[in-house]
Ligand binder design. Structure first.
Ligand code: TRP
Length: 364
């Protein structure tokens, strides 16, 4: 019950009107008054724990407070899969399953397919004039990928330019915030540069986004290699069964200098302990295991069993949500259909603003 006698009551009464005013003076729905998030993934395989702690957990946490859009970047995935488009298309539904399993609620977050947003393609073409060829080729993530993939002289222009299309993804939704893994920071920086260039040329039009990196921006692989990655085969997937998780954890790389459980072990840089920090919410248990490991009073088996149990506690509700949606494929279609509809409206409005700013808004 609101009492209008008190000051707080008066304020809340007043706010009621101010809020109404704001809604009336804008053609946006009230939900879009929240700040925006846009983030996304290439549909080219299953999501793993590295994705979860790098970005997905942030998306789940922030979906109540932000108007969140999650982009299935199929056009970007084609830049290195153009010879195999069905691989990309077949991964789209997988990605929706991963999202919903991880805790993304399609009522709160809008899932959009990149190729269904013509505004993104158009913005990309305009943005390509706002960045030099040299600048694109200096993007450290792209540079590393070009090397890894061994493109050599046959580097597709589309691949080299994908950060520009990513700038279009982000700005098409007027995102304030972009939750991503560490490897994506150069993309956000490049987006910010394009936004500043555009705004200085044509007037304040685009929103300059900020990146938000997760608690573990780059998760070490099961094999102790720098990064959990599908191509390195050192990942635990969100869709792995409890048995698969246990098997993978039991074969994890640990301290190579420790031969017997009675040898004092190293916890720094040890993937098993890094994962305990990331996935085991029982901090006391983790502290106890660390201490005993360093003193040579616990075997690897116990440390790993406790880790597998903690990861399975995290993944179990995900398995349930996945199963439920898997049994209801029409629901996936519906999620995508609604996301596309809403996404087209939002990105179409931004494209119209961009064209107006550039004075190419013909009215024939
Ligand atoms: N490049 C990202 C990746 O490989 C995917 C992506 C495409 C993205 N568009 C985006 C991420 C926009 C954040 C914002 O993971």
């Amino acid at each position: 019950m609101v009492k209008y006698g008190s000051l707080a009551g008066w304020l809340s009464w007043l706010k009621h009107f101010i809020h109404k005013e704001e809604i009336a003076s804008s053609n946006l729905a009230p939900a879009t008054m929240k700040k925006r998030i846009l983030t996304g993934d290439r549909p080219s395989g299953k999501l793993h724990l590295g994705h979860y702690v790098g970005s997905l957990a942030n998306r789940v946490r922030l979906q109540d407070d932000y108007d969140q859009y999650i982009l299935i970047a199929d056009v970007q995935a084609l830049t290195d899969n153009y010879e195999n488009p069905e691989r990309v298309v077949n991964s789209v539904r997988e990605l929706v399953l991963d999202y919903v399993a991880a805790g993304i609620d399609p009522q709160k977050s809008t899932i959009v397919i990149q190729s269904e947003m013509p505004a993104i393609a158009e913005l990309t073409v305009f943005f390509l004039n706002m960045v030099s060829l040299n600048r694109v080729l200096r993007n450290p993530t792209v540079k590393m990928e070009i090397e890894q993939k061994g493109f050599g002289d046959s580097l597709p222009a589309g691949f080299a330019m994908y950060p520009v299309s990513q700038a279009a993804d982000i700005t098409a939704f007027e995102a304030d915030l972009v939750p991503v893994g560490e490897d994506q920071l150069p993309m956000i920086e490049q987006t910010r540069e394009i936004v500043r260039k555009f705004n200085s040329l044509y007037g304040e039009t685009l929103v300059e986004p900020e990146a938000l990196v997760g608690e573990f921006p780059r998760l070490i692989g099961l094999d102790g290699k720098a990064k959990m990655s599908k191509s390195l085969g050192n990942s635990i997937y969100l869709s792995d069964s409890a048995e698969e998780v246990t098997k993978k954890v039991m074969s994890m790389y640990t301290d190579p200098s420790r031969l017997k459980p009675t040898d004092p072990g190293h916890v720094e840089g040890n993937p098993v302990f890094i994962y305990h920090e990331a996935f085991n919410p029982n901090k006391e248990e983790v502290a106890d295991l660390r201490k005993r490991y360093q003193e040579g009073k616990v075997g690897d088996v116990e440390v790993k069993q406790k880790l597998a149990a903690a990861i399975n506690v995290l993944l179990e509700p995900m398995r349930e949500r996945r199963k439920e949606l898997e049994q209801n494929p029409d629901k996936i279609d519906e999620i995508l259909k609604l996301g596309i509809e809403k996404g087209r409206k939002v990105s179409g409005n931004v494209l119209a603003k961009v064209k107006t700013a550039m004075k190419i808004n013909y009215s024939f």
